[in-house]
Design a protein around this ligand. Structure first.
Ligand SMILES: [Zn+2]
Length: 431
């Protein structure tokens, strides 16, 4: 099957700079981009889809999410982190069933696809339910089984770790590579050094990726130094975690030395501005990390601490909050933020075949409707994407050449059934 997208503007990254092709053509052979030019192709295509007034960008990659937590959206808001976790989040999560996680995952996928996300990195449990929902929808994700709440058990008896490894063995590369499995150490403070070390070694043996929370709060940073005489980043490095391709969510309180460690080990931090602002965690040193050449990415975190999974909103916040915090409007530029949300995310996920619109890459493509009043004129597309575009301006989301969302409609899943089942599952969860 050969599909040609025509008469759209196309944003593509070349030699580290964003370029716009005007009134251009993007051809897709099965799941791969096979043509890209401002000149019409001479070869024949099976189908032509004309998109005047639309901008094509690489699919957005949400690098830190707890997708099923959409069902916990808004509960216990505006409390201190520990009160919120122990009095609201953990007691509600204790009532999860497989069916509940499945329904919540489906609801999250609707939200993600509808706002231009083609792939996300998810840390949670009962992951097989999320994987089934992803396969039905045709979406990509890196999933990992969270490890938390069992620090009293030695590694050999830690069932969370066992489940994580089994998940990797069963599902890594599943559904034509759309599903990838990482391992997870929830955080330094929810696991013992012995478990972190053993699990990091098991990760290395398998060549898997690792997904952790790192230096999210000042409390976490200070307690770790008090307990171990070193920062969380130094501890993870010492215990061998960073020998693996590592996703480090938040990195709000990392020191200069921590940033050197992240750079030296190729660790990818995930900036989660909504979550950091809502929980009051602080401002991650994003520009300093970018200046060091660190692969900084963007994530929404879970909907309980956000309260949505809208990457365009995260891009907006990432572009403005650091200006306000530092008093310098030149920091964290839109072009860099767009890289964080696309090509850097692909690198974090170990997906070298996506993240940019160029020949030979997978056709993971999002179309934005620039005919909307608030998007005229569009003199600088990266700036518009970060300062003006809303999640609801996404009019098409395509994964591996297949259109999954278009003009408010979902083409692979029954959105109405998902809404009905969500309401039923929510009733059970909150009864
Ligand atoms: Zn998180």
């Amino acid at each position: 099957m050969k599909l040609l997208l025509s008469h759209a503007d196309i944003l593509t990254l070349k030699d580290g700079q964003w370029h716009t092709l005007r009134d251009a053509y993007l051809g897709i052979q099965d799941d791969t981009i096979c043509y890209l030019s401002e000149t019409a192709p001479t070869e024949a295509f099976d189908r032509i889809k004309s998109l005047p007034g639309k901008l094509l960008i690489p699919g957005l990659i949400n690098c830190h999410c707890h997708a099923p937590m959409v069902f916990l959206r808004g509960i216990g808001s505006d409390l201190k982190l520990q009160d919120w976790l122990y009095h609201y989040i953990f007691p509600t999560e204790a009532k999860w069933t497989d069916a509940g996680v499945r329904a919540a995952s489906e609801l999250a996928i609707l939200e993600l696809l509808g706002s231009g996300v083609t792939s996300f990195s998810d840390m949670y449990y009962r992951n097989a339910q999320t994987i089934q929902a992803l396969c039905e929808a045709g979406m990509k994700a890196n999933l990992c089984r969270s490890t938390q709440g069992r620090p009293e058990l030695p590694y050999e008896q830690n069932t969370d770790c066992k489940e994580g490894l089994a998940l990797f063995d069963q599902f890594h590369g599943y559904n034509g590579g759309k599903i990838r499995i990482d391992l997870c150490i929830h955080a330094e403070y929810t696991n013992t050094p012995a478990t972190i070390e053993a699990y990091s070694a098991a990760c290395f043996e398998r060549g898997a990726g690792m997904h952790i929370h790192l230096s999210e709060t000042q409390h976490e940073q200070m307690e770790c130094i008090k307990k171990y005489g070193m920062t969380p980043a130094a501890l993870f490095e010492k215990l061998g975690t960073f020998k693996n391709r590592t996703t480090a969510a938040h990195c709000v309180w990392v020191t200069q030395e921590d940033m050197d460690i992240l750079k030296a080990n190729g660790v990818s931090p995930v900036h989660c501005p909504s979550s950091n602002m809502k929980i009051g965690s602080g401002f991650a040193p994003v520009q300093q990390m970018l200046d060091r050449g660190i692969n900084v990415t963007i994530g929404t975190d879970g909907a309980a601490s956000n309260n949505n999974l809208n990457m365009l909103e995260e891009m907006h916040l990432a572009s403005v909050i650091h200006n306000g915090y530092t008093g310098d409007p030149t920091v964290v530029k839109p072009g860099d933020v767009l890289k964080m949300a696309t090509v850097n995310g692909a690198r974090l996920q170990g997906r070298s075949d996506t993240g940019n619109l160029e020949l030979g890459k997978k056709a993971d493509i999002v179309a934005i409707d620039f005919d909307k009043p608030h998007l005229i004129p569009a003199l600088d597309y990266p700036a518009m994407l970060c300062y003006a575009v809303q999640g609801s301006d996404v009019c098409m989301t395509m994964v591996d050449g297949q259109i999954l969302y278009q003009d408010g409609e979902y083409l692979t899943v029954d959105a109405e059934r998902i809404r009905v089942e969500s309401r039923r599952a929510l009733k059970e969860l909150y009864e």
